[in-house]
Design a protein around this ligand. Structure first.
Ligand code: NAD
Length: 253
């Protein structure tokens, strides 16, 4: 096992044995989509498109006012048609394709910009705007139009049973077992554009540190809540920093 020292892995490699990363996990948050024109939470004082989280992103909110919640996600879904993946999404897709190893993208984002930027097999731990789920038969459907009380489940054909396929606060994130395995096995963990306020994602860097075998990098516009837990920090816009970081990683291989 190789000792991980603080500082840039590129500098470290100049003075020591070449270290080639074979199992990379990248966690992304709202910041990676900011340059595409998708609003983050933190840049809006903890509001999501002028709404309080408890009004639009909890099971209680949906039970209380399903019309408001559906129209909030309908608006987010419709907005996706007006935005495009940026250089950061494309750089990560390039890393997945060109690195001779395993590159896992885990995102807290509910947009589809990683996929449209060319990435494969993205783990959406907080769900996806372009899907809905039937509360009666539990089937998940691709969905790019509005979802309302008049929408019919294509599988069980009941009316008004579809909900956004989104993990609301208080619900269990998706893919957690698989993510835990990937974190356990990784030799490089990169966190991009996340404020480190939402768990369990905010705890991933500590999970990785505990294995003692991975280098960790934070790429963010400003230091996140957990910034001091990362061995290396790169501050700035993801769309400007990630293409260079990906090139550095590919040059090492
Ligand atoms: P957040 O809004 O809490 O934090 C965003 C972080 O990104 C901040 O630390 C900010 O400094 C950084 N940032 C802003 N612009 C950046 C840029 N150009 N390059 C790099 N970093 C930049 O986001 P979060 O931590 O992902 O938590 C928000 C939650 O809200 C998530 O769970 C997510 O499901 C949901 N959400 C999703 C979207 C989306 O799908 N695009 C958008 C808003 C909220």
């Amino acid at each position: 096992m190789q000792e991980i020292k603080r500082g840039s892995f590129v500098e470290r490699d100049k003075n020591g044995p070449e270290r080639v990363f074979k199992n990379i996990v990248i966690l992304t948050g709202a910041g990676i989509s900011a340059e595409s024109g998708v609003a983050t939470f933190r840049d809006n004082d903890g509001l999501w498109e002028n709404h309080k989280i408890e009004d639009v992103a909890t099971p209680e909110a949906f039970a209380r006012d399903p019309v408001l919640v559906q129209s909030f996600y309908n608006a987010r879904r419709a907005h996706l048609h007006t935005v495009k993946p940026n250089a950061a999404h494309k750089a990560l897709a390039r890393l997945q394709k060109e690195l001779p190893g395993d590159v896992t993208i885990v995102t807290q984002n509910v947009d589809d910009l990683h996929e449209r930027g060319g990435a494969d097999a993205v783990m959406h731990m907080h769900g996806e705007l372009v899907k809905v789920r039937c509360r009666a038969c539990a089937t998940v459907h691709d969905w790019i139009i509005d979802c309302t009380a008049e929408s019919k489940c294509p599988t069980c054909e009941r009316l008004g049973t579809l909900r956004p396929h989104i993990v609301w606060f208080g619900e269990l994130p998706f893919h957690m077992e698989e993510i835990a395995e990937k974190l356990q096995a990784c030799d490089l963990f990169i966190s991009v554009g996340t404020s480190g306020n939402v768990y369990p994602a905010a705890g991933f860097v500590s999970n990785v540190q505990e294995t003692g075998k991975a280098h960790t990098i934070e790429v963010n516009l400003e230091p996140s809540e957990g910034a001091s837990l990362f061995a290396e920090r790169r501050q700035g816009k993801a769309g400007e920093l990630l293409p260079n970081l990906v090139q550095e990683l590919l040059n090492m291989g």
